[in-house]
Design a protein around this ligand. Structure first.
Ligand code: GLU
Length: 289
């Protein structure tokens, strides 16, 4: 199958040193494999969108020589697709409506004597699996099958996660009516024919959920490679919140050379952007054949 990769930024701010690493890694992998590289603006989580950040990101990418091979897409224009996928899952009994508030979930877990969380999220105890009992639907959840989901990352190797135990039935459409990242990303990767997902390591934990959703929807699982993160001064993933500066479009070679270094690739920062990128593609291709 022809290689197709993508970079899928959320427009919550301009590209910074950390998001440039993810952009560069996905672009390098596509180029090294003679594939196509797409850009998808992941703006489903409307409250987090910063007006103009999408156009700013595209301008920054272009300044760095990272130009998508197809016109970019915006998730906010694709919500009918997500709804159709959700409707199908519900029809097939693979997803279900849920009436629980956060408080209901906390109380149910407390009653079961197991206050479980993962990254601050409560593990859903399955209250509405058997129906709403006359209550009104707030959100929709995937009925997660029992068992461990094994998968292999091209950079960091084998991972195991028991999604049913560690996450529970996760949300596909939220109580505020917005589609969850998990559903949108899986529907889009499948609809756009993405064969290889290359993104930041902070998303590793989401991959087993996405694999389960792919199975539920009967679509292929792409190959995954999670790239190293740039850490901020507080040791957490670099973000606007911990002081990440926007990528300087006047100095693209310096920004790209720094991003390449994070990926373990050495390039000459004194050469022009096209030559720097060509060096990086050769080094990447040798590392991730
Ligand atoms: N939109 C996500 C983010 O910016 C990335 C999603 C993905 O690459 O799967 O963190």
């Amino acid at each position: 199958m022809a290689y197709r990769g993508r970079f899928a930024p959320s427009p919550s701010g301009p590209l910074h040193a950390g998001s440039l690493v993810a952009a560069l890694a996905s672009w390098l992998d596509a180029r090294a494999h003679g594939g196509a590289w797409l850009v998808r603006i992941e703006d489903v989580d409307r409250p987090r969108n910063v007006p103009g950040a999408d156009e700013e990101i595209l301008r920054q990418l272009a300044a760095c020589g990272l130009v998508p091979d197809r016109p970019p897409t915006w998730q906010s224009q694709r919500e009918a697709l997500y709804q159709a996928a959700l409707d199908r899952l519900v029809r097939e009994g693979k997803a279900y409506p849920c009436a629980c508030s956060r408080r209901d979930i906390a109380l149910a877990l407390f009653a079961q004597g197991r206050e479980r969380t993962r990254h601050g999220e409560l593990v859903y105890p399955g209250t509405c699996r058997a129906g709403l009992h006359g209550q009104e639907a707030r959100a929709w959840r995937l009925r997660v099958p029992e068992g461990v989901v094994p998968w292999t990352d091209r950079r960091v190797g084998v991972h195991l996660q028991n999604v049913a135990e560690e996450v529970g039935d996760f949300v596909l459409k939220r109580a505020d009516g917005l589609f969850a990242y998990q559903l949108a990303v899986v529907v889009d990767d499948a609809d756009q024919g993405i064969t290889h997902v290359v993104r930041g390591e902070d998303l590793v934990d989401n991959t087993p959920r996405q694999i389960l959703l792919q199975r539920a929807l009967g679509v292929p699982t792409p190959q995954y490679l999670h790239a190293p993160l740039v850490l901020g001064p507080n040791g957490e993933k670099l973000s606007k919140q911990n002081g990440a500066a926007a990528v300087e479009v006047a100095q693209p070679a310096a920004a790209l050379a720094a991003a390449a270094r994070v990926l373990g690739i050495t390039v000459d920062p004194r050469v022009a952007v096209p030559e720097l990128l060509a060096q990086a593609v050769r080094a990447w291709g040798a590392r991730y054949p």
